[in-house]
Design a protein around this ligand. Structure first.
Ligand SMILES: Nc1ncnc2c1ncn2[C@@H]1O[C@H](COP(=O)(O)OP(=O)(O)O)[C@@H](O)[C@H]1O
Ligand SMILES: O=C(CO)[C@@H](O)[C@@H](O)COP(=O)(O)O
Length: 560
């Protein structure tokens, strides 16, 4: 144990490490008040691997998104010591480390936690690599998982809004079995990256109940039955018992002590508390002080995750998951999400704004995003005559279908780039409104709406959300909500606070009513939302199969 600093020492600090889609960030946080003393970012060398495997160059199928596990270790080697050095805090004042990860980011390993892709015989096998949350090619497996669960009346399906997403663990593992049974057979464990990183820090396998509930299918203390799994494929019958099951730990608990090896790598004291693994979205609730029932938190960045606590369970069609104690102890934690948000804006700003826009932005010393936002902000609501569907990365809620794709309706020869950009931002706000409607219609109260994540820095985005949702937005103060949330969990795991809600009060912070809706603009958006709802149901609920047919045609022509 760390001999020098006890948990209630005012000098004590904790480290939070956020493993995002393209980088990992470490932040040094004072336990007493949550002050962020310093941080450091380390970009993943391989980012999201979507075209070809590193080194072997093996080409990847459409909708594949993989990662390289040593990129995760590099964050521990690089970002943690850098952040600590930048803070000027001596290492012996650190009492704990907490982490969070994208999810479901899921990998096959040997019994000792070695990722299969690190075994030379599997280095050129795509299915031996971690499948990133936005790996979307397991949609056929998700369809089978859902069809069989419906047919058998599996009680757990209701906890996932009636549909398991292709982004979650079971479709991904089934895809490995079907497409590369040798990798499946060699895998002694399948594990979330959020739990794997804890294994690296503590030296022994530890699994979080939060991750098992949301990204696996663990409900009421049980996993899907062997009979159900055998119905998917007889070879899958032992998936849970042989490769997944492990005692589960609760959020805020101490997973173990930092090993000597991990201490050497990170420069932190051996034996300090390592908090149980967590998901980037869920952990942010602690930083934004949204752990109380009725407070929805939208973590808006590359994608958006919505997390919400409620006192009672209710089935909310198309939501990602409801897990008892999944965000904060004593509540039902709900998760919903949009698989593309900032990524959609980036797709347009990077690929479709002309060179003239790029040089205008450079001349003004701003980004293309900022230029497009500035130009788009000048127009009244609806003046672009456009409504878009925000499905460029599929739909995670409420349709739970990654075979869907984006649509922009209403374009003419007069349509300008900033108008499309604005329509895309609006489409994501409409997607969030559809999620709020689903909660309302299912009787789950949403009293407050708080925004965290990188997009909170774009005032235009926030204004559109306030107007489309017609409610005040509260904004989390921290620019690194997930890392701060992870640090808060570390403080609890180290014994500095009795539980996450108490630590959140002391260490998190939020500005209430930071952005207020404008009644005139909000009324304008009601009309556009009605059109969004029409298009949503037409393209997403069987009015036409056009988007699925286009996806099939694309895949056939790309792989043949
Ligand atoms: N000014 C901006 N306006 C809108 N979107 C932006 C802006 N700047 C960056 N983005 C987009 O926001 C996303 C990054 O959000 P961030 O929260 O930093 O990342 P992550 O979700 O991966 O943690 C990217 O998709 C990026 O293209
Ligand atoms: O799905 C989840 C959490 O459940 C996220 O990890 C995933 O959307 C990725 O989040 P980011 O957009 O990278 O912050």
């Amino acid at each position: 144990m760390n001999p020098i600093v006890s948990a209630n020492n005012p000098e004590a600090v904790v480290i939070g490490v956020d493993f995002g889609t393209l980088s990992g960030r470490a932040v040094v946080v004072r336990v007493a008040d949550g002050a962020e003393l310093a941080s450091a970012v380390h970009d993943f060398e391989h980012g999201a691997v979507t075209e070809a495997l590193p080194e072997s160059g093996v080409a990847l199928a459409p909708d594949t998104a993989l990662q390289v596990p040593d990129d995760y270790r590099a964050v521990l080697r690089q970002a943690v010591p850098k952040a600590l050095a930048a803070s000027g805090v001596p290492a012996d004042r650190v009492i704990g480390i907490g982490t969070d990860f994208t999810a479901s980011t899921f990998l096959p390993t040997t019994a000792d936690g070695t990722p299969l892709c690190e075994l030379s015989e599997f280095a050129d096998r795509p299915h031996a690599y971690p499948k990133l949350w936005k790996h979307h090619s397991a949609q056929p497996e998700a369809d089978d998982v859902n069809a069989l669960a419906e047919e058998r009346g599996e009680h757990w399906l209701a906890r996932y809004g009636g549909r398991i997403s292709a982004e979650w663990e079971f479709p991904k593992a089934l895809q490995v079995l079907r497409e590369d049974p040798e990798v499946y057979d060699r895998a002694e464990r399948f594990i979330e990256a959020s739990d794997w990183i804890i294994w690296q820090l503590c030296g022994s396998e530890n699994r979080s109940a939060c991750v098992a509930g949301y990204k696996g299918i663990h409900q009421d203390g049980a996993w899907p039955s062997r009979e159900y799994l055998a119905g998917l494929d007889p070879r899958f019958a032992g998936f849970v018992a042989d490769k997944l099951a492990h005692p589960l730990s609760q959020l805020g608990e101490r997973a173990g002590g930092l090993t000597r090896a991990a201490a050497a790598v990170t420069g932190l004291p051996e034996g300090i508390a390592v908090a149980v693994g967590n998901v980037d979205a869920h952990v942010t609730a602690a930083a934004a002080q949204t752990v109380r029932p009725g407070e929805m938190l939208a973590i808006m960045g590359t994608s958006t995750c919505h997390v919400l606590n409620a006192t009672e369970f209710a089935e909310v069609p198309g939501m990602c998951g409801a897990v008892r104690d999944g965000i904060a102890t004593g509540s039902w934690g709900f998760e919903a999400g949009q698989s593309g948000v900032g990524d959609i804006f980036a797709w347009f700003a990077d690929g479709f704004a002309s060179a003239e826009y790029a040089s205008e932005a450079a001349g003004l010393g701003i980004t293309v995003h900022e230029l497009l936002s500035r130009k788009a902000a000048e127009q009244p609501v609806g003046a672009h005559g456009l409504v878009a569907l925000d499905w460029h990365n599929g739909n995670r809620s409420v349709l739970v279908d990654h075979g869907l794709s984006g649509v922009v309706a209403g374009m003419t020869l007069a349509t300008r780039p900033e108008e499309i950009y604005r329509a895309l931002i609006e489409s994501t706000a409409f997607g969030t409104r559809a999620i709020l409607d689903a909660f309302r219609d299912s009787g789950v109260p949403v009293d407050g709406f708080t925004v965290a994540g990188g997009l909170k820095r774009n005032d235009f985005v926030l204004r559109i959300y306030a107007d489309v949702l017609n409610r005040p937005l509260h904004v989390a103060d921290s620019d690194q909500g997930p890392a701060l949330g992870a640090a808060i969990h570390a403080a609890v795991a180290a014994g500095a606070y009795p539980d996450v809600p108490v630590a959140s009060e002391a260490m998190g912070s939020v500005t209430r009513d930071a952005v207020l809706p404008d009644p005139v603009r909000a009324a304008g958006y009601d009309d556009l939302y009605a059109i969004y709802a029409d298009l949503h149901d037409h393209f997403g609920r069987g009015g036409t199969e056009a988007l699925h047919r286009l996806r099939r045609i694309r895949n056939e022509n790309r792989t043949s």
